[in-house]
Design a protein around this ligand. Structure first.
Ligand code: HEC
Length: 507
């Protein structure tokens, strides 16, 4: 309990909500309250299995295990508090997509529903009933694969061990290149990086940064000759940062890992943990089946501002804005806010003609770097000419525990004490025909009618809203993909209100 109180208090004082802080102190008293029919085995254990135990288990990255009843009970109040933060810094699980605005379909979304949050709260305040073990789900099997949240990799490459002395200053530099040992070209589905170090995780600090020595690694892979010189253009990969979730590439945009390539980095940032620590990274690649060929290439879009950020001291809710115009049809695969300590939230907006839509807003906690991959049928499909707009919300006050001294003005720069403002998300470029085809598929996969609305696809419904009849002459001049997009199929007609299809009914 002492542990709970110490940690709980420090977090609680930082919290802006006095109510939640009060909630934190409840369980001791609440066991006296009348019971609830929410029980550990029936209601709470399934939530912990789905959303928490990948990290909160023996050998996991989190400070305590949340597997057995006895392990969970002392943390009931703190669990209620941290899960109740929902999408703000400090929330558990560490996932900050806002549920009130934007697209709600993400890959590997561990977030809790309102019902689950209510169950946790009722359980924590209702005397933490254990319930009947017969109601418990099968316990999870934590083999080594459990440490890889995107699934067991097909290839794991291990970097060399590095030792960082307890009080060493920060260090940036290059590491020796590491051969992947891959003997044939393979396309990569996802990449996930984890740090393995010799820290006694029970003894170290509570922050993710305090539990890891490698704070970032900007890296690429390259095929090298015997002197270690690149023989062809390197392939770059998403930057590794502490507490980053896996990067899942678009199904149709697997990234090529060439046979005989090596991992190369000239920008590793090391940070001391307070005690001498030795560790390395494991880079886990999952492959597409042999013979896979990608359909799309990454779209190169710079969306951010790294030059003239200006954040005043002692001020909350300061906004930063950046824009980019799409010069070809584009599919947005992931949204990934990259801010530094004062960053509290970022929104991504798309404007096309009169359609101005928020695609996603997510909270930000500089302790936890998260990328948000949209589910396949919910990836924004944006026409050429769309303006992408990101808005960053900065909190440079004492209510933001990540800011060391809120009196300071903050500007741009690479160091952790300076600032960045970028959407590092992945996007793929499409031809006009691929774009038409994706929109037609989307419309049919989601069974959309003219009165539906789909966020992030301003032209998906255009042929339903204003149907056109194509003559044979029209069709001669069009690609198959465009004809398909403009043609309303019989199944689609069934979901159309009578009025909207009047023109094309008689065929
Ligand atoms: C991706 C890994 C991960 C997942 C998933 C995760 N946690 Fe955590 N959790 C951590 C880490 C690491 C910390 C310590 C750093 C921090 O507080 O940010 C932590 C801290 C906590 C704390 C505070 C502990 C203390 O002593 O201050 C609580 C409570 C907690 N988690 C509960 C949960 C619950 C409940 C879930 C699921 C609903 C969950 N966590 C999901 C990794 C995770």
């Amino acid at each position: 309990m002492l542990k709970l109180t110490r940690r709980g208090l420090s977090r609680a004082f930082l919290a802006s909500s006095v109510l939640s802080a009060a909630g934190l102190m409840m369980p001791a008293v609440s066991s006296a309250q009348q019971g609830t029919d929410v029980t550990f085995h029936k209601d709470i254990e399934p939530i912990l299995q789905r959303a928490c135990q990948t990290c909160h288990r023996d050998g996991g990255v989190a400070p305590m295990s949340l597997v057995t009843y006895d392990e969970v009970v002392p943390f009931a109040g703190l669990i209620e508090y941290r899960t109740g933060l929902r999408d703000r810094a400090g929330a558990m699980p560490p996932w900050y997509a806002e549920k009130e605005v934007g697209i709600q379909h993400y890959k590997q979304d561990p977030s809790l529903s309102d019902e689950e949050l209510a169950a946790i709260s009722a359980w924590a305040r209702g005397g933490v009933p254990k319930g009947d073990v017969a109601d418990a789900p099968e316990p999870l099997n934590f083999d080594d694969a459990a440490g890889w949240s995107a699934g067991q990799p097909d290839l794991i490459v291990r970097t060399e061990d590095i030792t960082v002395e307890g009080q060493a200053p920060d260090w940036w530099g290059n590491i020796p290149s590491i051969p992947t040992g891959l003997e044939e070209d393979r396309y990569v589905k996802s990449v996930e990086i984890r740090e393995v170090n010799d820290l006694d995780l029970e003894a170290v600090g509570d922050t993710v940064g305090g539990r890891n020595i490698v704070h970032h690694m900007i890296w690429s892979t390259q095929v090298q000759d015997e002197n270690g010189q690149a023989t062809e253009r390197p392939v770059s990969w998403p930057v590794h940062e502490i507490a980053r979730n896996p990067d899942i590439f678009d199904e149709d945009a697997g990234r090529l890992l060439r046979a005989g390539s090596a991992i190369v980095s000239d920008s590793v940032h090391l940070h001391a943990t307070g005690v001498d620590t030795t560790g390395h990274l494991e880079i886990g690649f999952r492959f597409h089946p042999k013979g896979y060929e990608p359909k799309y290439q990454p779209a190169i879009i710079g969306l951010g501002n790294g030059v003239d950020i200006s954040i005043a001291g002692n001020e909350d809710n300061q906004e930063l804005h950046a824009y980019a115009v799409l010069d070809q049809p584009t599919k947005i695969v992931t949204f990934e806010p990259h801010l530094h300590a004062p960053g509290e939230r970022m929104c991504l907006e798309a404007s096309w003609g009169y359609t101005v839509e928020t695609l996603s807003c997510v909270g930000y906690d500089h302790n936890w770097v998260r990328g948000y991959a949209f589910e396949a049928d919910h990836q924004p499909l944006l026409p050429k000419g769309t303006v992408l707009h990101i808005v960053g919300y900065m909190n440079n006050t004492d209510t933001n525990p990540n800011v060391p001294d809120s009196r300071n003005w903050q500007g741009s720069g690479n160091r952790s004490v300076t600032n960045m403002f970028i959407d590092l998300g992945m996007r793929v470029a499409m031809s006009e025909d691929e774009f038409f085809q994706e929109m037609a598929d989307r419309r049919r996969n989601l069974n959309l009618g003219p009165n539906d609305h789909v966020i992030g696809c301003p032209l998906c419904l255009a042929p339903l809203v204003a149907p056109v009849e194509l003559t044979e002459e029209d069709k001669e001049e069009m690609s198959d993909a465009k004809i398909d997009y403009l043609t309303i199929k019989d199944e689609e007609k069934e979901i159309m209100p009578h009025m909207a299809v009047a023109g094309s009914e008689g065929e």
